[in-house]
Design a protein around this ligand. Structure first.
Ligand code: HSE
Length: 313
């Protein structure tokens, strides 16, 4: 059953992927920023990107390369439908920021199309379609941005071949502070900086911490969460690509952050905080690092967004 409505507008939130120790495995949704997509059914049996705003003309309208169109096409293929849509994309978050910008676009378009067809797929079932957009955006189809943007909360992506995504409990006083330095870092470049191999010692340390994060979230143990949200695999390599990372991390931890690391593939940096007052202090401390260095940066303070993508019109 298709939705008779003429147009559907959807907002999909930004996300913090990895959450330090869970490379390609953990992700969480945040408030305030994300992308908006409107789709209007057409009778031409084709997808058309009608407009893109907020991208400084960096994104393509070619439907074979635009990730919103690619994700919607993956859904149409699964439904064996040749329905056409006019697509309008409003970027309401920075590109190449480490905040899941491409994922938010894919998720918003996909969710709108799924709504049009009367919701044949659940949010979790939409993950593989949105991952097709990620494959184009950065060369690998990881789910740690698209899954939390679709489902909200904190997500464990246990398997991406046969997608299995698990919602983890979110401690009630948990806040994310995210700073986005005005510097672009492409996920594909940031992935190239990763080591090809890691030692058993480092791997063991890291997987102990991922298990610790799961327990900490279930038991609302903020101190344990802080001890586990560390990254011995990607951060040592990627942090060198992020201006003032070490100073920002030190400032966050000194101001009381439970943990601080790279958001997704960077350059954004996230810190975890217990309570709004701490989160504000941490945000000020991180902001002052970039102010002193005369580098522009935006800071967002957010509870974990438990809702995920939503229809706004
Ligand atoms: N897990 C991915 C990475 C997220 O760190 O490369 C990219 O947004």
């Amino acid at each position: 059953m298709t939705n008779k409505k003429k147009s559907i507008t959807v907002f999909a939130p930004a996300t913090v992927a990895n959450i330090a120790c869970g490379f390609d495995v953990f992700g969480m949704a945040i408030d305030h920023i994300g992308d908006e997509v409107t789709i209007i059914p057409n009778d031409k049996n084709i997808l058309q990107i009608k407009s893109i705003s907020g991208d400084n003309k960096k994104l393509t309208k070619d439907v074979n390369e635009n990730i919103v169109a690619i994700s919607i096409q993956a859904l149409l293929d699964a439904l064996k439908s040749n329905q056409g849509f006019d697509i309008y994309l409003k970027k309401k978050m920075p590109l190449s920021s480490g905040l899941g910008s491409s994922a938010a676009s894919s998720v918003a378009g996909l969710f709108a199309a799924n709504e049009f067809f009367g919701k044949p797929f659940t949010r979790a079932e939409l993950v593989p379609f949105a991952m097709e957009g990620e494959r184009i955006a950065c060369g690998t189809a990881h789910a740690d941005n698209v899954a939390p943007s679709l489902m909200g909360g904190i997500i464990l992506c246990r398997n991406v071949q046969h997608v299995e995504v698990i919602s983890l409990p979110v401690p009630t006083q948990l806040y994310a502070v995210v700073i986005h330095p005005h510097y672009e870092l492409k996920t594909s470049d940031s992935r190239k900086a990763l080591p090809k191999k890691i030692s058993i010692k480092i791997a063991s340390h890291q997987w102990a911490n991922t298990a610790g994060v799961v327990h900490a979230l279930h038991s609302q143990d903020y101190a344990l969460l802080g001890r586990c949200v560390t990254d011995h695999v990607a951060e040592p390599f990627r942090s060198k690509l992020i201006p003032h990372f070490d100073a920002a991390k030190s400032a966050a931890l000194e101001a009381g952050a439970l943990a601080c690391s790279i958001s997704g593939s960077g350059p954004s940096i996230f810190a975890l905080a217990k309570g709004a007052t701490n989160a504000k202090k941490i945000a000020e401390a991180m902001k002052s690092v970039y102010k002193k260095s005369k580098m522009g940066a935006d800071v967002y303070i957010s509870k974990i967004n438990n809702k995920g993508v939503k229809i706004i019109k």
